[in-house]
Design a protein around this ligand. Structure first.
Ligand SMILES: [Zn+2]
Length: 140
């Protein structure tokens, strides 16, 4: 069964905060950027005001490769939110730079997916200020 494209409505979009503003500014331009600690070099996700490793506050957003691997996934068959009609894929993605995050996979069915599949980041505009990070299988 093919995964359905989802488009989150404004009601469920996260708030843009001082801590995540850099992420959303890059995402709007189709660039995946993560917080980077200038003191210790740590890169992490989700964005937070300070470095979770050294607790430093000298943080900047830097573009990363957008490359990742599929760590695991599930298919949601039940509708919990009207903005997410089932079926849809919830994927655990490991970025090349290390952080893991939860996202979705587009342009593939769940049956086509394999653990460790190479992924690339894609962005889907949701509002003029926000584009949503999703992934697709690279070199498909
Ligand atoms: Zn640090």
């Amino acid at each position: 069964m093919p995964a359905t494209e989802t488009k989150p409505g404004p009601a469920i979009l996260p708030a843009i905060t001082q801590a995540n503003q850099g992420f959303w500014e890059h995402a709007r331009r189709g660039v995946l950027a993560l917080p980077h600690c200038r003191a210790c070099g740590h890169v992490w996700y989700p964005p937070s005001p300070g470095c979770p490793r050294c607790l430093g506050s000298d943080v900047e957003f830097r573009a990363v490769s957008g490359r990742a691997r599929l760590w695991s996934w599930i298919v949601m068959h039940r509708q919990y939110l009207k903005e997410f009609p089932p079926p849809y894929i919830v994927a655990f993605v490991e970025l090349k730079e290390g952080p893991m995050l939860v996202s979705t996979i587009v342009d593939s069915t769940a049956e086509e997916l394999k653990c460790d599949a190479p992924l690339e980041a894609v962005f889907e505009p949701a509002t003029p200020e926000m584009s949503i990070l999703k992934f697709r299988v690279a070199n498909k």
